[in-house]
Design a protein around this ligand. Structure first.
Ligand SMILES: *Cc1c(COP(=O)(O)O)cnc(C)c1O
Length: 357
C-alpha cells in the first residue's frame, strides 16, 4: 500500500532523500561509518556543514553581511534568544499576533520586555490578518516579530510587512517554500522539522550589524556571537539530522530551487482549497487571501465525522490528518516534500469519503 504523510512536523522527507540516507547515511562521505558516528569536528563533517551553508545561501540568495547559523533547541529556543540578544538598550518589542505560534513567542518575550501587539487576529478567530493601515507599531521598538506561516491555524502572510524596526520572522513552517528578499529582514529563524529535514537543526539567518551586546544574563549558548565565533560548532550537534538537512538542501537545488518549488506549492494548495470550496461537504474558513500553502485546515460537517474521517484515512494510508488538538478539525500539511500526486490522491480519498457520508 502506498502511504502519504501529511503530518505537520516532524513531517515527510523527499523520498529521494530517504533512499539516499539509507545508503549514504551509513557510509558518510566514503568513511565507511555512518553520519551518526562521525565527529562534528572531523574535516569531512565540517566540509559538509560548509557546503550546506553554501547551498542555503544560494537557495535563499542571502547577502554577505548576514550570518547563517545552525543551532539546536528548535524554534522555541529562538522565542527566548531573539529578545535576549536583540532588545539591547530598548524597552519595547513589537509582535504580530496571528495564531498559536505568535502567542507562544509573545509569552516568552514578555519575560524580557514590554510587548506591543502591532495587530491581533484574535477577534476574528485567527482567520485573517488586519490591513496595514490598522497596524500599530511603537515608535522605538527593538524589533518587530511575526510568524510568516501559522502552522496550526493555516494562516500565512503573503507579503513581507513594512516595519519601522528590524524585522524578525519565525519561518519554521514555510522557509524555503517561496522566494524571499532576505535583505528586508534583521533575523530569520526556522526549526528544521517542517520544510528542511528531520527535527534537530535550527536555522538562523541574521544581519550581523544587528548583534550588539545581549542581555548580561544571557547564557553563553544562547548568545548568537558564540555561534558565529565557533562556526556553529560550539557544542556537539546531532550529526545525523544535520546530514539529512544537507541532503534535503541538495534535493531542493535539483528541483529547480525555491522559485520552482513555490510554483508547485501554489498548484498543490490551490487544487486542495478549490476542491474543499466546491465540495458542499468540507469547509475552510480562513480568509482566501491568507490561506496557507503549507498547512490546509479543514472541517467535515460534524465532530463524529472527524473521527471517522481520521480512522478511515489512516486505514487507507493517509497519515497525519487530524488537526492540532488546540483547534480540532482536520489539517493536511503539504510541505515542499509532498508532490502533486500526493495531493491528488488525498483529494480522491476526500471525494470518496464525502460521497459515502
Ligand atoms: C513547529 C513550529 C514551532 C515549534 O518548533 P519547535 O522546534 O518545536 O520549538 C514554532 N513556530 C512555528 C511556526 C512552528 O511551525
Amino acid at each position: 500500500m502506498t502511504v502519504y504523510n501529511f503530518f505537520a512536523g516532524p513531517a515527510m522527507l523527499p523520498p529521494e532523500v530517504v533512499e539516499k540516507a539509507k545508503t549514504l547515511g551509513f557510509n558518510f562521505v566514503n568513511m565507511k561509518i555512518s553520519a551518526m558516528e562521525v565527529s562534528h569536528r572531523a574535516p569531512e563533517f565540517m566540509d559538509m556543514l560548509q557546503e550546506m551553508e553554501e547551498d542555503i545561501r544560494s537557495l535563499m540568495n542571502i547577502p554577505d553581511d548576514y550570518a547563517v547559523l545552525f543551532m539546536q533547541g528548535g524554534a522555541r529556543t529562538q522565542f527566548a534568544m531573539v529578545p535576549l540578544n536583540l532588545i539591547q538598550d530598548k524597552k519595547v518589542v513589537d509582535y504580530f499576533d496571528t495564531g498559536s505560534w505568535s502567542q507562544a513567542a509573545i509569552i516568552e518575550a514578555q519575560k524580557y520586555a514590554q510587548v506591543n501587539i502591532v495587530s491581533s487576529s484574535q477577534e476574528n478567530g485567527y482567520k485573517t490578518i488586519a490591513l496595514p493601515t490598522q497596524w500599530k507599531f511603537s515608535t522605538d521598538a527593538a524589533y518587530t516579530h511575526y510568524t510568516t506561516n501559522e502552522t496550526i491555524n493555516g494562516l500565512q502572510f503573503k507579503e513581507i510587512p513594512d516595519s519601522p524596526a528590524p524585522l524578525v520572522a519565525d519561518m519554521s513552517s514555510d522557509i524555503l517554500s517561496y522566494p524571499l528578499d532576505v535583505s528586508r529582514f534583521g533575523l530569520i529563524y526556522a526549526a528544521s522539522q517542517k520544510n528542511m529535514g528531520p527535527a534537530g537543526l535550527t536555522l538562523v539567518i541574521v544581519k550581523k550589524s544587528l548583534l550588539k551586546e545581549p542581555h548580561p544574563l544571557t547564557p553563553t549558548i544562547l548568545n548568537y556571537h558564540t555561534h558565529i565565533a565557533s562556526g556553529s560548532l560550539y557544542n556537539t550537534c546531532p550529526t545525523y539530522p544535520w546530514y539529512i538537512v544537507a541532503l534535503v538542501m541538495k534535493w531542493l537545488r535539483t528541483q529547480g530551487g525555491v522559485a520552482e518549488i513555490a510554483k508547485r506549492n501554489a498548484r498543490k494548495a490551490n487544487k486542495l482549497y478549490d476542491f474543499i470550496d466546491t465540495s458542499n461537504f468540507y469547509t475552510n474558513n480562513v480568509d482566501q487571501q491568507y490561506r496557507s500553502h503549507m498547512n490546509v485546515v479543514f472541517n467535515v460537517p460534524t465532530s463524529e465525522l472527524t473521527n471517522i474521517f481520521v480512522a478511515q484515512a489512516d486505514k487507507a494510508g493517509f497519515y497525519g490528518l487530524l488537526g492540532h488538538p488546540k483547534l480540532g478539525g482536520l489539517r493536511a500539511s503539504i510541505y515542499n516534500a509532498m508532490d502533486e500526486a500526493g495531493v491528488d490522491a488525498l483529494i480522491g480519498f476526500m471525494a470518496d469519503f464525502a460521497r459515502k457520508y
